[in-house]
Design a protein around this ligand. Structure first.
Ligand SMILES: Cc1cc2nc3c(=O)[nH]c(=O)nc-3n(C[C@H](O)[C@H](O)[C@H](O)COP(=O)(O)OP(=O)(O)OC[C@H]3O[C@@H](n4cnc5c(N)ncnc54)[C@H](O)[C@@H]3O)c2cc1C
Length: 466
């Protein structure tokens, strides 16, 4: 293995960083500090050819291969003990084609960079709500964000991808070329290859109206019920979600209320401010906010507004669900567990996934559960490893309580390392086809450091499986 890695140094344009090399300690880190492992090599890939070299080296030597885009995976799939890491972070070029209304991004691009470039053209596509998250992992798992009610999931906006598959081939996946791979990439996670380039449909988005509002917990039931009903008829230009959140010590939060838990509403209206004001008035009629920071701002500014709450280096443990109907009983469960949110970094978001997400038929992409209306996430994040047990317990107890009110699966991108047994449920009826596409493109499961889809077994001549 040492020889193979040494040879790789001569064959790639990027950098190979090995234990003992300068920068190794920084290069081995991923966003979730709970993941403290030592890969055998991190290859900072400079181009497609570098990715091909790394994939071939891993496949030939049967090395564990981790693929890292933005590095935000909660289970830390962008690294592994003794693995070779294809780190795509140098591949962050973004090009906009105004005439075609598309934007093409390198496989390691973050949403912050993507949004900054497309904003200069007055355009955007659905991305995540934190700017440091990678376009790669987020899109491949689906991609829920402020714009998904209007424009669909991130993966719904993917029009083409350049992919290095397990045999080291560089292929295009879109509606015309390798359509089965293209289908699987849109929700199936990093199971099918390394995407070196993503091309997205982009839409006119400039200034939005919105921001966060914090409400008393005593108004929580009324607000959550109001949101549940409001969202069924809200214009698709309205993105946003209810949340449980400890108020940070910010200028717009009364000093004596910072550090206390609230029911929050984070909104993003991609339309005229007056209409946004009218929509938010409905919430004010239900309850007066204790604190708010609402107004017009560039979409890209909202996308980075909460980055400070989730700096790199926190401990992470998350759980996810899908919900068809947010019943009064489910709301009561949220009202029991949400207010116990233990740290200012932790949060619970109840993302609506209706609108344009429901325009796409359930089997048109690999993303599971298009029939769900909400994708709740219980995102435990805290700074001190000494508090792991307490924080993990909060997430688990909360999740166990909402499970009876949820579908069997959850959104793969919000799942934890101990959720591998839920992968089939996460995809529902699409799992079987995913497993078949996996067999076709990655029969030996080279890309297994992810919420793993197993290749469907090859039938043996006697009819049993091998
Ligand atoms: C703070 C924070 C905020 C988040 N907000 C949102 C949100 O608003 N909406 C949402 O939908 N999700 C959100 N997520 C979840 C996020 O979508 C997942 O964590 C996602 O996996 C992160 O992608 P990444 O590229 O940053 O991570 P990585 O750790 O680099 O990768 C995650 C997975 O994707 C694979 N992968 C990454 N890039 C590629 C590529 N180019 N080709 C092939 N495989 C690749 C990796 O192998 C790994 O399996 C958030 C996560 C965090 C930590």
């Amino acid at each position: 293995m040492t020889q193979a890695l040494a040879a790789l140094k001569d064959r790639v344009a990027g950098t190979v960083i090995r234990p003992g090399d300068e920068g190794y300690e920084e290069a081995r880190r991923v966003y979730n500090a709970m993941v403290d492992v030592r890969p055998a090599a991190i290859v900072r890939c400079a181009n497609d050819e570098d990715v091909v070299e790394v994939v071939r080296a891993a496949a030939e030597r049967r090395l564990d291969l981790a693929v890292r885009g933005g590095g935000h995976s909660v289970p830390g799939f962008g690294t592994a003990e003794g693995a070779i890491v294809a780190d795509l972070s140098p591949m962050q070029s973004v090009h906009v084609d105004d005439a075609a209304r598309t934007a093409t991004a390198g496989g390691g691009t973050t949403w912050g960079r993507f949004n900054d470039v497309t904003a200069a053209h007055g355009l955007a596509t659905t991305g995540g709500i934190i700017s440091t998250t990678g376009v790669g992992g987020l899109t491949l798992g689906g991609g829920i964000g402020y714009l998904s009610r209007g424009f669909g999931l991130s993966c719904d906006n993917l029009v083409s991808a350049r992919v290095v598959t397990a045999d080291g081939s560089l292929v295009t996946a879109n509606a015309d070329e390798n359509p089965d791979l293209f289908w699987a990439l849109r929700g199936g996670g990093g199971n099918f290859g390394v995407v070196t380039e993503f091309t997205f449909r982009v839409h006119p988005v400039t200034t939005i109206y919105g921001g966060p509002m914090f409400f008393e917990l005593s108004d929580g039931v009324a607000l959550l019920r109001y949101f549940r009903d409001f969202i069924t008829t809200a214009p698709r230009e309205f993105g946003g979600f209810p949340a449980f959140q400890i108020a940070p010590p910010l200028p717009f939060v009364p000093a004596d209320r910072a550090g206390q838990p609230f029911v929050a509403l984070v909104s993003c209206f991609n339309g005229p401010a007056e209409e946004g004001e009218r929509l938010l008035q409905g919430f004010r009629d239900v309850a007066m906010p204790v604190a708010e920071h609402i107004g017009e701002m560039p979409y890209a500014a909202l996308n980075s507004a909460f980055d400070g709450l989730v700096p790199p280096g926190l401990q992470h443990y998350w759980k996810a669900a899908y919900v068809r109907e947010m019943t009064d009983e489910a709301i009561a469960v949220h009202m029991e567990h949400g207010p116990k949110v233990p740290t200012v970094n932790s949060t619970v978001h109840l993302y609506p996934i209706d609108g344009a997400v429901h325009d796409v038929s359930a089997d048109a992409t690999a993303f599971g559960h298009r029939d769900a209306n909400f994708a709740p996430v219980i995102a435990g994040m805290w700074p001190d490893p000494a508090d792991n047990e307490k924080n993990i317990r909060w997430v688990r107890e909360y999740y166990a309580a909402i499970a009876p009110h949820s579908e069997a699966g959850g959104y793969v991108n919000f799942a934890s390392p101990d959720d591998q047994d839920k992968v089939a449920d996460n995809y529902g009826a699409n799992y079987r086809r995913l497993s078949e596409v996996k067999r076709r493109y990655d029969p030996d499961n080279l890309f297994h450091l992810n919420q793993n889809i197993r290749p469907v077994p090859v039938p043996s001549p006697r009819g049993s499986t091998a």
